[in-house]
Design a protein around this ligand. Structure first.
Ligand code: NDP
Length: 447
């Protein structure tokens, strides 16, 4: 059977086995479309049902998370951990707390994570987890009780050699602290390597907080460098105003660009002087307030309620909020407004139609699994420091991050070139990652 038919067949199986999980289907489709040239050239990459095996998680954990709010009312949420692939190392990937979380989201994120982690070149497998818990408006004590209940079940499944969660949407340093506290209490083990994104005092790594955003900015700079340009002097728009967005903005500014707008789920801030990162951190990390309060302290800026940040003209776009936030419509708008580079800080923020419009419009498009891999790469460095009871300086850690991002960028370009698709970062990322995972799986036998 011709390769593309075999891959179509695998995709049909995925649809049948995972009904209603649209985001997972989307993520699988993109990878299967990309790897066709590699599988065609090296048929061993389709042997032993390796493609089907990669699309089936090794283990799926779903559990009840009961907790009590400040008024004594009981809530029941659903917890997930998708242990997708451990051919390259322990499952590694974040936890997301957001009301939209369901099996399809966790599976798409876990599936993407396999390839992202493979691209870093570090020994980490792919996993992801989370809950449909909505942390918005919850008190600190409610967040703590939820995290404790979540970890009361999760602790049985994780460990530094098994599965190492980290943060994602709705899970930052505070939540990781509560999760680690409960893990330590239940197991009576100070096993720092069981979670990453910890505070420095509990074995966290320098630059982990900044890593995803910084890494995405480095990646965008590398994409520009490949075109004989750089971020210096560029007008940039970043979506979101969470962990990834804040540090992407900070690094863009350090590299000489200017981020004129960022957003949250309610609207966006337009600040033609450049987003004030100090103010943004104060709002999001200290006060945990809404982005709209930015204009209270910066009266020259404007808050645009209920509209998409992508209407702001820019040369570089860094979507850093959530999946499918750039559809065909927003992609068309960005191209028409002169955007030439897109680096995804979020996971799968662009729909397949959006990707096509960017690529047809000559926009250099860096997919999340490559552009935002700096976060998980620095998590792997945190695991390395925990294992050796060591801690590295900020400067050294940042140098390592930059070097890793350069490596991922050149791996994507080299692979795309090798398979006759020069400049196609999507194909380059998917083929380079898929072949690494497939090689590791084939060598382990049928397991
Ligand atoms: P945060 O929770 O810190 O911030 C998320 C930001 O995105 C907030 O501004 C939030 O706005 C906005 N947002 C979330 N959901 C939606 C939505 N449905 N519609 C519109 N806006 C939304 O998360 P992170 O910054 O950690 O994560 C952002 C993205 O980056 C995610 O796709 C995540 O998977 C990805 N990522 C994160 C990594 C990390 O290290 N943290 C690593 C690699 C990827 P509001 O507050 O209004 O909800």
């Amino acid at each position: 059977m011709p390769i593309h038919e075999r891959l179509e067949q695998v995709y049909s199986e995925v649809l049948a086995r995972n009904p209603g999980e649209d985001e997972f289907h989307q993520a699988v489709r993109e990878v299967l479309e990309s790897i066709s040239p590699a599988v065609g050239k090296h048929p061993q990459y389709a042997d032993a049902k390796i493609v089907s095996r990669i699309c089936e998680p090794e283990r799926q954990i779903i559990f009840r998370v009961p907790w009590e709010d400040d008024n004594g009312e009981i809530h029941i949420n659903r917890g997930f951990r998708m242990e997708f692939n451990s051919a390259l190392g322990p499952y590694k990937g974040g936890l997301r707390f957001h009301p939209s979380v369901y099996l399809g989201i966790v599976k798409f994120l876990g599936f993407e994570q396999i390839f992202k982690n493979a691209l870093t070149g570090l020994p980490i497998g792919g996993g992801k987890g989370g809950s449909d818990f909505d942390p918005k408006g919850r008190s600190d004590r409610e967040i703590m009780r939820f995290c404790q209940s979540f970890m009361t079940e999760l602790h049985r499944h994780i460990g530094e050699y098994t599965d190492v969660p980290a943060g994602d949407i709705g899970v930052g340093g505070r939540e990781i602290g509560y999760l680690f506290g409960q893990f330590k209490r239940i197991t009576n083990r100070y096993e720092s390597g069981v979670l990453t994104g910890k505070s420095l005092i509990h074995g966290g790594a320098q630059v982990r907080t900044e890593a995803t955003g910084y890494g995405t900015a480095y990646f965008a700079n590398e994409m520009l460098a490949a075109r004989g340009d750089s971020l210096a002097g560029k007008t940039v728009v970043v979506s979101g105003s969470g962990n990834v967005a804040v540090y992407a903005i900070e690094k863009v500014h350090q590299l000489g660009g200017r981020v004129v707008a960022c957003s949250d789920s309610a609207g966006y801030v337009l600040d033609p002087k450049g987003i004030d990162v100090g103010l943004l951190k104060e709002i999001k990390e200290v006060r945990r307030a809404r982005l709209s309060t930015y204009v209270d302290a910066a009266s020259h800026a404007e808050y645009v309620d209920g509209r998409q940040v992508w209407e702001v003209p820019c040369e570089v776009a860094m979507p850093s909020a959530t999946q499918n936030e750039i559809t065909g419509k927003e992609a068309r708008l960005l191209v028409d407004n002169g955007c030439t580079v897109v680096a995804e800080g979020a996971n799968m923020p662009t729909t397949p139609e959006g990707v096509r419009i960017f690529q047809d419009g000559g926009v250099a498009f860096g997919p999340g699994k490559a552009a935002n891999a700096g976060g998980v790469a620095t998590s792997a460095l945190e695991m390395q420091q925990n294992a050796s009871r060591d801690s590295w300086s900020f400067e050294y850690s940042e140098d390592r991050l930059e070097e890793i991002m350069r490596g991922i960028h050149s791996r994507c370009l080299r692979t795309a070139e090798e398979y006759g698709m020069p400049g196609d970062y999507v194909a380059g990322a998917n083929i380079a990652a898929y072949t690494r995972v497939a090689d590791a799986m084939l060598a382990l036998g049928l397991i």
